[in-house]
Design a protein around this ligand. Structure first.
Ligand code: ADP
Ligand code: MG
Ligand code: MG
Length: 983
């Protein structure tokens, strides 16, 4: 006969599967000798049996009765007894907490007879009848499924007849009257009397707990949270202790550290003369836990002792429930406390310093999304609390993408783009505040003109964000604070903050989402379109705010009982799912001031070593930011951005036109112009590279030679054609016409049916060797010049899009002599490498040949994914990929997480991950010390990082902003590998 029932003293904390989280906690506390009211746990196995067979498993009832007898002995009371009656609660508790999904019934065992005994024993008639009416109410609602509002209505009516109108104003006599009406209601709704036999009450309450496991709400929640259905819930039966028995009684919840800041010390709430459920239900406003210290100092001391003991025992912050009955302290629950990202980091660092946990454990305690959250703007908790107490909290949805965003609600994506994409230069001299205000006014005029929306005129300056001359975007309020502190960050640009507010989003909304500060939707969950896109873009997002009603026709929306017009202010907290009316000031985090987070990340680097995180940086400012965030090198510096700047574009045009002309015919004049243009570009490039080398002093910088097809630098064919036709019709200036004709010819000559598979990457350098030679000369001249300044430089030249070894051979042979010449000319050598990007499947499959000409590989996983699937990313993500993921054709978006990562590290990788595995193996076989990394967006994705770590890559390279998350993910991967090897 299986054991279905465990007395608290028989279980322990490791039996969560069987006893659920609550049961395991109660058992562990009992074992530790803490004051826990006696009780027992019915296992999750019994629930699973019940779910299948709609009845208790054989033997359960017998075990229950035996356990109950043991509890009676311990308590010195008897269930249903006429002299010393025992009362119990039935509390559900699954392995994973399922907030608000399951229920608890208190005060079981009360009936017409025992209520009188309770009144006599306690000398408090009012209390006894209040407990009885609570039982009928809870039992009616949870076990018999009577609409709770009907009970509330009766209670409210009686409260209305009292002077004060509160719960506590009900006398014993009125409570008796309430019970009479409750029982009438019960009979009416259930077709039977409220059960008087305590054991029947107990059995039915357990049935209800087991039944709730397969209830719709619970199933929906499990789908959302990814919890399997067959886990089942446990049911805990526990002797009641009453916190509502007079002045020396009460109940509370406490955390061993502050769950929002992480500060050490008890944090929580206490409610005198109340039962546990009153705290949760928010009927009365609880007092700060410090009130307990003043009211009942010895109890407070006891709580402190228990908190210290539990925290040391679990080696983690605990969230506890306790009750005081007539000056006696009881523990009712303990579990690992949920915490904000800030608190998670602070607690992890403090606990390492206190010697409670190891660094390896500390990094496991911080989830990658929390690291992202720490770099996002956020609301101060005081500001949120103030908004909530001012009644401005409107509702709550699913926390889909972290960060705080406040702005004007815009219901239409075109409008969101129009309003959110415009940037306004700040102009004028004088007092900085008046300058900004004047520019806000100008920006509003401009926006009003563009949109004809009357509400634009009413916008406050706080609706705009400010870019400062230090390159940061800061909130208006934050900037005025900087001013007060005497720090003069000059404002240079303004932008309106838009919160795109919709019923849901689709690919047609992406252009609006791109320019929004935040996204709020009524529908969808954590994998809805809005959520996926928002996370990808790093925009705060709340979805599934079901109370939100958007009327596109009227341009209005309603939430939390209020109606708003488009243009109203809203604030969303994407980390918690909260939605507020009005603008709550958000704070941009300052990484340099995040001391604890930086400490954790330093530990991460130690734990992950020799594996490293590098960053993709095209500009010196990216490189500097990457370095601040802890990047150990630049894994991808794309040079083509350098061609796009306004002052350079005409030179780039000149270069391309003549390159094409010089190639077509043996045209010496064109060739001269081509080389002259290249020489001008070389000057620009040299300066760009020098700045990046300086920013990354001492660290390697991988520079990728030009990659995109040439036509991308030229005007659009259609635009040119239109312009030219107009010119001809108007009889325009013949010289201009000739120029345009020449340009059109060049565009035509470089036009491709399928540019992605056309003349790009190393193919460009093979056809136009002068271009890549120019780049290499610029790289080495810059490196030499910077080295002369005393800066340690390590350029690595990366040749893109190699599919055949001969492509690489050709380019390396054309380029390395240029590098050597530069160094010889200068009489100074720099440490350098030549390598290639592995991003064409054929390159991966022939990596052993390719490795002979490369000192390093870098997986360009964006292209590698495109080419392996044969999808063009831009088309796929806009047109069908979302559907693929929703319909389960693909398990996830392969542009976000590497395709084909095996579920178990031991299994064969497939798809893109499989190609990487092959290339690593072949490459290292040919050249054991081959340095291998990955650039591309996957370099910032935790699952992909773990895979790269498992494949023994040397580094991952990601956008600067993702470097901290990547460092954390790398360490977590390293720690998991070590622990699984130890086991
Ligand atoms: P939840 O999982 O929703 O917190 P609980 O089972 O913890 O549900 O119970 C709800 C409330 O009732 C809590 O405040 C808890 O402390 C209180 N409670 C549960 N069992 C007892 C008991 N035997 N004596 C006193 N209070 C109890
Ligand atoms: Mg609880
Ligand atoms: Mg590429």
């Amino acid at each position: 006969m299986p054991k279905y029932v465990y007395l608290f003293e028989e279980g322990n904390k490791d039996l969560r599967d069987l006893l659920g989280g609550k049961g395991a906690g109660l058992a562990e506390m009992t074992r530790l000798g803490l004051p826990v009211p006696p009780g027992f746990t019915i296992t999750t196995k019994a629930c699973t049996y019940y779910s299948k067979n709609q009845r208790f498993p054989p033997g359960l009832e017998k075990q229950m009765r035996e356990a109950l007898a043991a509890v009676e002995t311990k308590a010195g009371k008897k269930f249903g007894d006429a002299e010393k009656p025992l009362f119990v609660s039935v509390r559900s508790g699954a392995k994973f907490s399922m907030p608000g999904m399951m229920d608890t019934v208190l005060n079981l065992g009360l009936n017409d007879a025992t209520v009188a005994v309770l009144a006599t024993l306690t000398g408090d008639e009012r209390f006894a009848w209040d407990a009885y009416r609570r039982l009928i109410q809870m039992y009616g609602r949870i076990v018999t499924k009577i609409d709770g509002a009907k009970f509330d209505a009766i209670l409210e009516a009686w409260k209305g007849k009292t002077d004060g109108g509160r719960d506590t104003d009900l006398t014993a006599d009125t409570l008796k009257a309430v019970v009479v009406e409750y029982r009438q209601l019960y009979r009416q709704e259930a077709g039977a009397d409220f059960p008087q036999k305590p054991y029947d009450q107990l059995r039915q309450a357990i049935v209800a707990v087991f039944g709730s496991w397969m209830g719709k709400r619970a199933i929906d929640y499990r789908r959302f949270a990814g919890i399997p259905d067959d886990l089942g819930t446990a049911a805990n039966v526990q002797a009641m202790v009453f916190g509502n028995l007079g002045g020396d009684s009460g109940t509370g919840v406490a955390f061993t550290r502050d769950p929002s800041t992480g500060a050490k010390g008890l944090y929580g709430e206490y409610l005198p003369q109340a039962q546990g459920e009153d705290v949760v239900a928010g009927i009365r406003t609880p007092l700060k836990i410090a009130a307990l210290r003043d009211a009942l100092p010895s109890i407070y001391g006891e709580l402190e002792g228990v908190a210290a003991k539990l925290e040391a025992h679990y080696q983690d912050m605990q969230d506890m429930e306790f009750t005081v009955e007539h000056g006696r302290f009881w523990m009712l629950q303990t579990r690992t406390g949920k915490r904000t990202a800030q608190a998670a980091v602070r607690i992890a660092v403090d606990m390492v310093k206190e010697g409670l946990i190891e660094k390896a454990e500390a990094v496991q305690r911080i989830e990658p999304p929390q690291a992202i959250e720490l770099l996002m703007p956020r609301f101060r908790s005081e500001e949120k609390a103030a908004a909530a107490s001012a009644g401005r909290m409107l509702g709550r949805g699913v926390n889909a993408s972290p960060g705080a965003a406040a702005g004007v609600a815009v219901l239409d994506s075109d409008l969101a783009e129009t309003l959110g994409s415009r940037r306004f230069r700040v102009e004028g001299d004088g007092d900085p505040l008046s300058v900004v205000q004047a520019n806000v006014a100008a920006a509003k005029r401009d926006l009003a003109e563009a949109t004809h929306l009357p509400w634009i005129a009413r916008l406050v300056p706080e609706a705009f964000v400010i870019r400062t001359d230090k390159g940061r975007w800061v909130e208006f309020g934050q900037w005025t604070e900087l001013l007060k502190e005497g720090e003069r960050e000059r404002p240079v640009e303004l932008r309106l903050k838009v919160v795109l507010t919709r019923t849901e989003t689709s690919p047609e909304d992406v252009h609006g989402m791109l320019h929004a500060k935040g996204i709020l939707t009524a529908r969808g969950g954590a994998t809805a379109h809005a959520s996926v896109v928002a996370r990808g873009l790093g925009i705060p997002c709340v979805v599934g705010c079901e109370a939100l009603r958007v009327s596109y026709e009227n341009g209005t929306f309603s939430l939390g009982g209020h109606s708003f017009a488009q243009g109203s202010y809203v604030s969303i907290d994407g980390a918690t799912g909260e939605v507020f009316a009005d603008l709550i000031p958000a704070m941009e985090p300052d990484f340099e001031k995040e001391t604890e987070f930086r400490t954790i990340l330093e530990w991460c680097d130690e734990l992950a070593a020799p594996f490293m995180v590098w960053a993709n940086a095209d500009y010196p400012r990216d490189a500097r930011r990457a370095r601040t965030f802890g990047a150990r090198g630049v894994g991808l510096c794309r040079t083509e951005h350098m061609f796009f700047e306004t002052e350079r574009l005409p030179i780039v045009h000149e270069m391309i036109l003549n390159a094409v002309a010089a190639r077509g015919r043996a045209n010496a004049e064109a060739r001269a112009r081509y080389l002259a243009a290249l020489a001008k570009l070389e000057d620009f490039q040299r300066t760009d590279f020098a700045d990046i080398f300086r920013a990354m002093a001492g660290l390697p910088v991988v520079i990728r030679l030009i990659d995109p097809p040439l036509h991308e630098f030229l005007p659009k064919y259609e635009d040119l054609l239109v312009a030219l036709t107009e010119l001809r019709l108007r009889g325009g200036d013949p010289k201009t016409i000739a120029e345009k004709e020449e340009m059109l010819a060049a565009v035509e000559a470089t036009r491709e049916a399928n540019p992605m598979l056309g003349l790009r990457g190393c193919r460009l350098g093979i056809v136009f060797p002068e271009i890549t030679q120019m780049q290499v000369r610029a790289i080495f001249d810059a490196a030499i010049a910077v080295k002369r300044e005393g800066v340690d430089v390590h350029p690595e030249v990366m040749i893109p899009l190699v599919g055949h070894v001969n492509e690489l051979k050709n380019q390396r042979e054309a380029l390395e002599p240029v590098a050597k010449q530069a160094m010889e000319r200068a009489g100074l050598a720099v440490d350098y490498k030549f390598g290639t990007m592995i991003e064409v499947p054929r390159g991966a499959l022939t990596a052993d040949e390719i490795a002979k000409y490369a000192e390093f590989f870098s997986f360009g996983t964006n292209d590698l994914t495109q080419m392996t699937f044969g999808y063009s990313r831009d088309d796929a993500e806009g047109k069908f990929l979302m559907k693929y993921v929703q319909d389960g054709i693909l398990p996830y978006n392969p542009f976000q997480t590497l395709d084909g990562i095996p579920a178990n590290p031991g299994d064969e990788p497939r798809g893109v991950a499989g190609l990487i595995a092959i290339a690593v193996k072949l490459g290292r076989k040919a050249k054991p010390d081959l340095k291998i990394g990955i650039c591309g967006e996957h370099g910032g994705d935790p699952a992909s990082i773990a895979y790269c770590h498992a494949r023994k890559l040397n580094y991952v390279s990601c956008s600067p902003f993702r470097v901290p998350v990547a460092r954390l993910a790398a360490a977590r991967a390293a720690v998991r590998t070590t622990t699984s090897r130890d086991k």
